[in-house]
Design a protein around this ligand. Structure first.
Ligand code: SPV
Ligand code: MG
Length: 290
């Protein structure tokens, strides 16, 4: 079974898919080793990796290149965060062709206007496009995919934009009608109430995706108890873990005046060799370097 087919089968069987953000092939490898079911090719993480705000500044080709590089190193399905789809329905058509070819298993397209601004910012400028226009983008994505197992996930930012639950539900219904395989509902409230209320009120046929970054108390047992949610995305925990670890280690080296005390506390270089598959190089040296 392809990673796309296995992701779709998991979703259809109602088994919650646990998806970890990644910003590099190395973080994708670590997410796979940790037992996640898929990789979130996060626009936020990749923007941060380049030291840029998540505001449509990282180009499609840069993001695509990262998806391709992750797909080379991980067998997990990749859910590509394609933001607004890089423009209108015509841009979406091109994006779907490219992302499918690059090895993504799914795309998430959001109903914000291009250029977008990151969702979790306290006073972010959140502008949505017309419901019908976004439905056209979803129809374009569905009509373009070559593999029927490639998932098209419609993300509504209605709650993020402060438009309320009725508008979020109305948009989600239209996006389902347009052919979306799943609906991602995003919220920046510090508690799960808003998302829980949306999920209870959702009576569509397609399942829901959530990104509980701002309401971390919504753990997996609460998600299962609520039902209807088929995918949970841990949206920025790879880059935040990396920043936490680098800050700590860099500060310790400066404070200690050297690497002597930190050395036993960080992974040895042999662990990096393992992640790089250096053993294959050694084996091939023995076979072919005569
Ligand atoms: C991302 O990780 O790029 C997302 C999730 O889209 S969020 O940043 O929370 O909007
Ligand atoms: Mg994003």
């Amino acid at each position: 079974m392809t990673s796309r087919a296995s992701l779709r089968a998991r979703i259809c069987a109602g088994r919650l898919a646990h998806i970890m953000a990644a910003h590099s092939p190395l973080s994708a490898i670590l997410a796979e080793e940790a037992g996640f079911d898929g990789i979130w090719a996060s626009g936020f993480e990749l923007s941060a990796l380049y030291g840029l705000p998540d505001a449509s500044l990282v180009s499609m080709t840069r993001h695509l290149d990262m998806v391709r590089s992750m797909a080379e190193q991980s067998s997990l399905p990749i859910i590509a965060d394609i933001d607004t789809g890089f423009g209108n329905a015509i841009n979406v058509i091109y994006a779907i062709e490219q992302y499918e070819r690059a090895g993504a298993a799914a795309v998430v397209i959001e109903d914000k206007a291009f250029p977008k601004v990151t969702s979790l910012l306290a006073d972010g400028r959140q502008e949505l496009i017309r419901t019908e226009e976004f439905a056209g983008k979803i129809r374009a994505a569905v009509a373009t995919r070559a593999d029927p197992d490639f998932l098209v996930i419609a993300r509504t930012e209605a709650l993020i934009a402060g438009l309320g639950e009725a508008e979020a539900l109305k948009r989600a219904r239209v996006y389902e009608e347009a052919g979306a395989d799943m609906i991602l509902i995003h919220s920046k409230q510090k508690v799960p109430d808003e998302v829980e209320s949306f999920v209870r009120a959702w009576h569509g046929k397609v399942p829901i995706v959530i990104v509980p970054t701002s309401y971390p108390e919504m753990n997996e047992s609460r998600i299962r108890a609520l039902g209807k949610i088929a995918m949970v995305i841990y949206g920025n925990h790879a880059i935040r873990a990396a920043v936490t670890a680098m800050k700590d280690v860099f500060a310790r080296i400066r404070a200690d005046g050297g690497i002597h005390s930190i050395d036993p506390e960080i992974v040895p270089v042999e662990e990096i060799f393992r992640l790089q598959k250096m053993d294959a190089v050694k084996a091939n040296e023995n076979r072919f370097l005569w």
